[in-house]
Design a protein around this ligand. Structure first.
Ligand SMILES: Nc1nc2c(ncn2[C@@H]2O[C@H](COP(=O)(O)OP(=O)(O)O)[C@@H](O)[C@H]2O)c(=O)[nH]1
Ligand SMILES: [Mg+2]
Length: 317
């Protein structure tokens, strides 16, 4: 095992991170993002649990949509309103952006001119370049989110794409939004991809003018009604009309997010993520071994991971 931090140092980093110190938190995240972080991860999450940080009350919010729809800009506005109107709570943004560089200084993408007080401890930004899938979640995203949940009340995850990425994010998110622009090709794309049930809500951004807003609301709600009729039992998710330019709809969107509740069943999430990891690492062979692995359904990801690895290694012999 590579000893990355002495126990005392790890404890200190956790304490500092929990108080909103950015550097210690960034350090912990960087360690988690290393390809061979398993041992560190095990120690870290055990230590977090022992120190009373479990992240059970944190809410994860997914923002997906085509590049340029305005996800980063919206998150910038949300952050600003959050700091002004929600005292005592903390939020983090994880932007998974194929164009971003992990060591770069850009917080929410270079195009967004977001100025937040640097010393503000209630807010944290992190960019992760996506690796495997274009614009999709990278293999460490889940663990980074688990860590952030221990310290922040709300975690926003921005990912590019429509379709598969949407589904990946919605598995991690307590609530997921699809961000679209009026009169874009997104709606047709969306209908084709047939993922009606995935987003919990829609955001039509760039509704800078009233007429445009009305027309696009009409188009989207008609599309959704049409889809509801072909998807039995479907209901129409809420649609938010926003404009970063005029600030329309931002506070309404934030108020809606603030009312969201975390999933009660994190154990289901652990299972989904373990399956994803096993499938990538060992293929169907691994999944089969996993189905015969006994583990505590409420155990941590690392506990389940260890049992699964043991089982798989036994079979490889
Ligand atoms: N007119 C207008 N432009 C916007 C709005 N929201 C974002 N933009 C612009 O759209 C471009 C892409 O925004 P960005 O937030 O980077 O999109 P992302 O790729 O979805 O994160 C930027 O130039 C923004 O300034 C809006 O509500 N109205
Ligand atoms: Mg962006």
């Amino acid at each position: 095992m590579t000893v990355r931090f002495a126990e005392k140092e790890l404890k200190e980093l956790i304490q500092e991170a929990s108080q909103g110190e950015k550097y210690p938190l960034a350090k912990l995240i960087s360690e988690l993002e290393k390809p061979d972080s398993f041992e560190f991860r095990k120690v870290l999450f055990k230590e977090l649990e022992n120190s009373g940080f479990n992240g059970n009350r944190s809410v994860t919010i997914g923002f997906t949509g085509t590049p340029g729809a305005g996800k980063s800009s919206l998150l910038g506005e949300i952050s600003t309103n959050f700091l002004q109107t929600v005292p005592d709570k903390k939020m983090a943004v994880v932007a998974i952006d194929p164009s971003s560089h992990i060591s770069g200084g850009s917080l929410l993408g270079d195009r967004t001119r977001l100025s937040l007080p640097v010393r503000e401890k209630r807010i944290f930004f992190r960019s992760q370049p996506s690796q495997l899938e274009l614009g999709g979640l990278n293999p460490y995203t889940y663990h980074v989110i688990r860590l952030l949940r221990c310290f922040f009340d709300f975690i926003f995850v921005e990912t590019v794409g429509i379709g598969q990425n949407e589904i990946e994010v919605s598995k991690l998110a307590d609530i997921s939004f699809l961000v679209m622009v009026p009169l874009g090709g997104d709606q047709i794309q969306f209908m084709k991809s047939g993922i009606m049930e995935v987003p919990d809500a829609f955001i039509l951004n760039k509704c800078d003018e009233e007429n445009l807003a009305r027309a696009s609301y009409h188009t989207l709600s008609t599309t959704l009604e049409f889809l509801r009729d072909i998807v039995p039992g479907g209901s129409i998710p809420p649609i938010f009309l926003t404009s970063v330019k005029t600030k329309k709809g931002i506070q309404e969107l934030l108020d809606f997010i603030l009312k969201s509740k975390p999933h009660t069943k994190r154990s289901t999430e652990t299972k989904v993520q373990i399956e994803k990891w096993i499938k990538t690492e060992y293929g169907n062979f691994g999944l089969k071994a996993l189905s015969q692995t006994h583990f505590d359904p409420n155990g941590s990801f690392e506990e389940v991971e260890t049992s699964a690895k043991t089982e798989i290694e036994k079979r490889y012999k």
